[in-house]
Each structure stands twice: as C-alpha cells, then as structure tokens.
Design a protein around this ligand. Structure first.
Ligand code: ATP
Ligand code: MG
Length: 189
C-alpha cells in the first residue's frame, strides 16, 4: 500500500496531478474540496456548514474534517493506496492523518509539495473562476485563502521536511513534465 499526500497552495495543481497519479498507479483519491463541494451541491447539513466556511476562504474545522476523512477511508479498505488531495491542511490534521493510517496498519509514504509562486497562483485561480462556478475563485476570497494557506497550511512543509518525507516539485510549466518529476520521486521510494 502506498499513501501519498499531494500538497500545495490553492491553485498549485493538486487536482490536475492527482488525476495523472490515479491513471498511472490505480490509487484511490480523496479530494476534501471535492467531497465538500459534493455535500454543498446535495444541500446536506454538512454542505450548509461547509459552504459558510468555503465561500469565506476559511478552513472547515479540524474535528469535522477529520471525521469526514475517517469515513471516506472506511470506503477504501481494499485499495492499493490513497492520494490525499487537500488534506492535511493544518498540523492538527497531519497528526490525525498519522493516527487514521496507523489504525489501518498503514503510514504516509511521501508528501509531494507543488511549489508555485504567488503571482502565478492568483493568475490561475482568477482564470479558473471564469468557468469553475466556485464561490471561492474570486479575487477577494483567493486573497483570504492564500493568507490562510500561509498561516495554517504552509507550516506543514517544515513539519514534513523534518520527517524526511517531503519532496519539493516545481509546479510551473508543462503539466506532463511536472508529472514526470512526481513519478520519478514515487518510483524512487
Ligand atoms: P487546488 O486548486 O490546488 O485543488 P484549492 O485550495 O483551490 O486547491 P480545494 O482543495 O478544493 O481547493 O479546497 C477548497 C476549500 O475547501 C478550502 O478553501 C477549504 O475551505 C475547504 N477545505 C478543503 N480541504 C480542507 C481541509 N483539509 N480542512 C479544512 N478545510 C478544507
Ligand atoms: Mg482541488
């Protein structure tokens, strides 16, 4: 079993590279953003709560997010491994992930960090906002999401560097070339 965290700022390309990873390795995929947007679309109780955070560029509270992840992992029992896309986003969530995996006799193998400069991120997200219909892809909310990323999520980079499982990938340029570097990192495990 191989467990991969795909890590990076909003708009860094986590979703895009996850798709390529799924095709290449046949792994299961958890995008917490997609799970939450699914709940919003279905207008569930959870969706209503999630919507109030997402459209303000804030993170969903840790306890709620961890609970959701636990349930999704239950549905992936026989999988060859999991790509975690958008989780963890806080140190608390990272510690919870270790426990959730340990409980299943597994552990995290690698954190792929997609590193993209801020101007490029803003450009991509504004562009995506033209067609995504996402309530958080507008300049004001993008700015908030980037602030939240810097204060709450970016500390995970150091956290995983210290644990020796962080692999930095320059996330600008040709999508296939970026994927080639990710593949190389995974195949070297
Ligand atoms: P990318 O463009 O790289 O896929 P993103 O930040 O644009 O990344 P999502 O990962 O889809 O988009 O997340 C969208 C929103 O969902 C976040 O801004 C946050 O409000 C909420 N969210 C997603 N994952 C988490 C999480 N692990 N903890 C708390 N909130 C989350
Ligand atoms: Mg995404």
């Amino acid at each position: 079993m191989i467990n991969i965290v795909i890590f990076g700022a909003p708009g860094s390309g986590k979703g895009t590279q996850s798709e390529l990873l799924i095709q290449e390795y046949g792994l299961s995929h958890i995008s917490t953003g997609d799970v939450l947007r699914g709940q919003i679309a279905q207008q569930t109780e959870l969706g209503k709560i999630a919507d109030s955070y997402i459209s303000n560029g804030k993170l969903i509270p840790d306890e709620l997010m961890i609970d959701i992840l636990d349930k999704v992992l239950d549905s992936m029992q026989d999988s060859k491994g999991v790509i975690f896309d958008g989780f963890p986003r806080t140190i608390n969530q990272a510690e919870a992930l270790d426990k959730l995996l340990a409980k299943r006799g597994a552990s995290l193998d690698i954190v792929i960090g997609l590193e993209v400069d801020e101007d490029e991120l803003i450009k991509r997200l504004i562009n995506r906002g033209k067609t995504s219909g996402r309530s958080d892809d507008n300049l004001e909310t993008i700015q908030k999401r980037l602030d939240v990323y810097h204060s709450q999520t970016n500390p995970l980079r150091e956290h995983y560097i210290k644990k020796n499982i962080y692999k930095a990938i320059h996330g600008v340029g040709d999508v296939t070339k970026i994927f080639g570097e990710i593949k190389h990192a995974i195949d070297s495990l």
